[in-house]
Write a protein that binds this ligand. Structure first.
Ligand code: ATP
Ligand code: MG
Length: 595
């Protein structure tokens, strides 16, 4: 993949992040920096050539679950900004926490980023990193802080530490260990590293200001003892850096310029700056160091976007897995029929802001429809089939005759050709298209009414048979001769109803999964509620349907607009062309949310 440095910035609505980046580019804030070819300390980067990236961003997931639509926003934002400004975006696994990571998650995250249309390869380099590779440097940075008198080993109990931290109205109290000598701190920290202390016996803390109005600046813990195996470093370490210490260092080693994160990290920014500025001043990391910028996380109505809650849905078998089409995970959205372009469009439309808000689920669906409408092939499908028999067909057309009919694959693109299917004596129609006595405004099938069978003939409805329970078993009709669509004089008979159908002779039986929202309330789990008690009991209905022959040849993942019904996708997992066609409803033709 070519480096997109010479790409013109796309015309996109501006936002505060774009303004920051444009200002930095204009002022040349990072223009003089070098890049050592791989992440590293200041000396390493000094050896390299001028950084080919005008800016560097990163997407830093913790590999402890599948990514969801909120992460998709962050991916589009970070990779998108890099593309627009001649930069490079890194994919970094934030795996500094031992025990939790699983290979399955690492692979799924890589897939998700690539599927969304992005790559971490740029300028011939693979910018795929693991934070745990930086443990050695992090340790060195910690010793540097101790030596500079900026960190100390605290051996108060966790409870004492909590009490002495103070709160919003009360300044903290210095730990009795705060005034230890540099030598003692160094020795004790090395003992921590050598495994001489049990979990929780001590922590390394930055020495900043116990009276700071920002509690995060009251000597935050930066290293803790944890006798645990790490998936990457094994048992090399029994002390691990805290997230707030690790993350700024990861950014600094990778030459990140703009470290974009969600608002809950706003209060951490002073410590982020404190740390990278100290390390830069000490010559340990490249200058000028990265800066952190916060935006409001995505909250989407009718879904949950917390990995913990999503995991509960999977573990308790509320859904069939992480890729259940009702899940807001990227694998779930993909299987549901969402396209990378629709998610990019969504991310662009919602933009970024500093204020928390809820985005209506329909915004996501509208982006999807806008993307699918020009792309999706059209097809006819009957979702609740009942047979219609045309009594005079054999008499007029000849016994057993099948009349070939066709329709455009796409109404606005004749080049995409036509789909073909057969009209005959027996057709499948929607049960709801028939009424004995038509309600006001009903123009479809009722005795005496003429309708057009779309792309076929006009028929006149005669009546219907019912079973003992009153359910319709068959609708009867008569053919109106010489009315075949597209033939001269076909329009002589005026009708108000246009009915979709599938031929009994060539229709293909298919399973259709009618998905609906997973939760019945816009903000599941809000207030005191348990989100698991707010599930929509009708989020999935499986029906047996008949679909036109072109759908029998559909490939997994192929998307269609079923005329009158909405958008559908051949299921990635279960669809087998011809043998067992399975389609998922992606979304209806119109917005049904918020109604
Ligand atoms: P969760 O709370 O669901 O577990 P997380 O924030 O802990 O998510 P990470 O793996 O740390 O998950 O997230 C990686 C990146 O994705 C972070 O930079 C984070 O800010 C961003 N991100 C996560 N959730 C959202 C969201 N809802 N909207 C926007 N960005 C998000
Ligand atoms: Mg996180």
């Amino acid at each position: 993949m070519a480096l997109p440095t010479d790409k013109e910035p796309a015309v996109r609505p501006s936002n505060f992040l774009r303004q920051v980046i444009e200002r930095d580019l204009e002022q040349g804030t990072y223009a003089g920096r070098h890049w050592g070819g791989t992440p590293g300390d200041a000396a390493h980067h000094r050896e390299g050539a001028a950084d080919p990236a005008k800016i560097r961003t990163r997407f830093p997931p913790e590999p402890n679950g599948y990514l969801h639509v909120g992460h998709a926003k962050s991916i589009c934002l970070n990779f998108g900004l890099a593309l627009d400004y001649g930069g490079i975006c890194h994919l970094r696994f934030d795996d500094t926490n031992p025990e939790k990571e699983e290979i399955e998650y690492v692979e799924s995250i890589k897939d998700a980023v690539q599927w969304l249309g992005y790559t971490w390869d740029a300028a011939g380099t693979r910018h795929l990193y693991q934070a745990s590779d930086y443990f050695d440097f992090m340790y060195r940075a910690a010793e540097y802080l101790i030596e500079a008198g900026d960190a100390y080993v605290d051996e108060q109990t966790p409870e004492q530490m909590r009490v002495n931290r103070g709160d919003f109205g009360r300044p903290g109290v210095d730990s009795p260990y705060r005034s230890r000598s540099i030598e003692e701190n160094l020795q004790r920290f090395r003992e921590m590293r050598e495994g001489k202390l049990p979990d929780g016996a001590a922590v390394l803390r930055a020495k900043i200001d116990m009276a700071s109005p920002n509690i995060n600046m009251r000597d935050p813990a930066i290293y803790r003892i944890k006798h645990a195996e790490h998936h990457n470093t094994g048992n090399a370490w029994c002390i691990y850096p805290m997230y707030t210490f690790a993350h700024p260092i990861e950014d600094a080693l990778e030459n990140i310029t703009h470290s974009i994160c969600t608002l809950e990290f706003e209060d951490q920014r002073p410590f982020y700056d404190w740390l990278v500025d100290h390390l830069a001043a000490g010559g340990l990391v490249n200058t000028p160091p990265p800066r952190q910028y916060e935006f409001a996380r995505l909250n989407l109505t009718y879904v949950v976007t917390s990995k913990r809650k999503l995991k509960q849905l999977v573990d308790q078998r509320v859904v069939t897995g992480w890729d259940d089409p009702r899940m807001p995970t990227i694998v779930g959205l993909r299987r549901r029929g969402y396209t990378p372009e629709s998610l990019q469009l969504f991310a662009e439309r919602i933009g970024v802001s500093k204020a928390d808000s809820w985005i209506d689920y329909s915004t996501l669906e509208i982006a999807l429809r806008d993307d699918l409408d020009p792309k999706a092939a059209r097809a006819m499908a009957v979702l609740d089939p009942v047979k219609m028999v045309i009594a005079n067909w054999d008499e007029i057309m000849g016994a057993g005759h099948l009349e070939p009919c066709s329709a455009p694959v796409h109404p606005h693109d004749a080049d995409r050709g036509r789909r073909e299917f057969m009209f005959g004596r027996e057709l499948w129609i929607e049960r709801s298209d028939y009424e004995d006595t038509p309600p006001k405004g009903f123009f479809r099938l009722f005795p005496g009414n003429k309708v057009r069978m779309k792309y076929g003939y006009v028929v006149e409805c005669v009546g219907a048979s019912r079973d003992a329970a009153g359910a319709i078993t068959e609708v009867q009709a008569k053919l109106v001769p010489d009315t075949k669509s597209g033939t001269p004089g076909a329009d002589a008979v005026k009708v108000k109803g246009n009915i979709t159908w599938v031929g009994v002779a060539d229709g293909v039986k298919a399973e259709v999964r009618l998905y609906d929202r997973l939760f019945s309330v816009p903000q599941p789990g809000a207030g005191e509620k348990d989100f698991l008690e707010e599930l929509n009991p009708d989020s999935l209905k499986v029906v047996t349907t008949y679909v036109e022959p072109s759908l029998g040849r559909a490939k997994p993942d192929q998307k269609f607009q079923f005329e009158r019904h909405g958008y559908f996708v051949a299921d990635r997992k279960d669809h087998a062309a011809g043998e067992r066609p399975v389609f998922n409803r992606v979304t209806g033709l119109k917005d049904s949310f918020g109604k």
